[in-house]
Design a protein around this ligand. Sequence first.
Ligand code: 0O2
Length: 267
Amino acid sequence: MEIQMWREVLIPYQQAVSELELKFESIIIENRKLGKYSPIELVDGRVKRISSILEKAKKKQIPLSRIEEDIEDIAGIRIICQFVEDINTVVELIRSRSDMTIKFEKDYVSNKKDSGYQSYHMIVYYTVHTALGPKRVQAEIQIRTLAMNFWATIEHSLKYKYKHNIPTEIQNRLIKAALAAHNLDQEMSKIRSEIMDAQDNFQFKSSIIADILNSIQNIRIASNNELEIAQIQEEFYKIWETGNLDKLLSFSKQLDIIAERYKAQSL
Ligand code: 0O2
């Protein structure tokens, strides 16, 4: 990295972060649209600040010419999951992708750090197509649960506050807090299927309701029959009040038939 050109050097990393964020967020959106449980709950990305890059290079005695190869987290993506089990699903998903090549992985979930830190790290190579042509950059993907993320965020701020010398008493409390976060993840895992069922139901119901409202709008445009629309709407409200999934589903199918009659499905 040429330090006088650092803004230009970081451009492909900014692009990589934006593209990777979009790709992982698409997985959430796609699952939700299909009414399926998403192993990814949230995605966040950042490009490391130049001051942090220089500090890390100094600490690890990395020459400026080696920064782009030896500092693997200039582009950083954080994937937050609801359950520990989801971490593995996301890891497999990343391993199977053809647009990222894995350099190495660090499993701080099975082997938590002495600080109490838990997270799964993957360093990947990712090619961005910039105005100057293709460029292969590295990105660090951290995958962790909401509880692990809560702990890591607080601990990171304290490390920053105390310049990496957290007082022993606070350090001990953090170790206890890490154990509490770990226990919370374990407890949540035990009722995972219950929670997932509830969320699946919610997603499924939301997507049926969206389909119904879409059909009603299409029928209205195609038929111009206000009386029929008023009846359909009234029936929808009655069924919606019951909250019964089967009834909503069968009503949605009924609307598909009406829409077909008016050739309104493709509107
Ligand atoms: P920042 O400010 O988050 O960017 P190593 O390879 O072991 O010599 P390295 O390269 O730091 O050390 O790798 P490691 O240990 O896998 O850490 C990479 C990143 O994981 C860190 O980046 C942190 O983001 C996070 N991390 C690792 N350990 C801890 C921890 O104990 N607490 C918290 N909160 N985060 C941790 P940076 O560059 O250190 O920091």
